[in-house]
Design a protein. Structure first.
Length: 135
């Protein structure tokens, strides 16, 4: 399984993003099942919708959200169930590199035994047990 981060999804949906070509390649691999199911934490969905609305427009944000929620390859993960785990990750990090949403990604990855994170955020490289995609 692979957990999706906002930096990856924003790059995928924003063709002007410098990381868009790499995100498009990884998304194709996700669709083809290279890492099994893709997991979308609720907090990541919130970030993606907000950033796309600000950087592009509301219509793009809404359409992108609809695509993610309707995707057969993506499982939406409600964050109320992992809030305490995310809070623990956030509190125990050695430095303040991870946002709370990033801490939730780590919590989801650990709970679901998902060893991969689709992201362009290098802070995830320091998390033991997680492999960043693309490398």
């Amino acid at each position: 399984m692979i957990v999706l981060d906002a930096s990856f999804l924003v790059a995928f949906f924003n063709e002007r993003d410098v990381h868009h070509p790499a995100a498009a390649r990884v998304m194709q691999d996700i669709i083809e099942g290279a890492w099994g199911r893709a997991l979308l934490p609720e907090y990541v969905f919130l970030e993606v919708a907000t950033v796309l609305a600000i950087r592009l427009d509301l219509r793009t944000a809404v359409e992108s959200g609809d695509i993610l929620l309707a995707s057969r390859e993506v499982d939406f993960i409600a964050c109320s169930d992992i809030f305490q785990d995310a809070l623990t990750v956030f509190r125990r990090q050695p430095r303040s590199a991870l946002s709370f949403a990033d801490a939730a990604i780590v919590a989801v990855a650990r709970r679901e035994n998902a060893p991969f994170v689709a992201t362009f955020d290098d802070d995830f490289r320091a998390i033991e047990g997680l492999t960043v995609v693309p490398e």
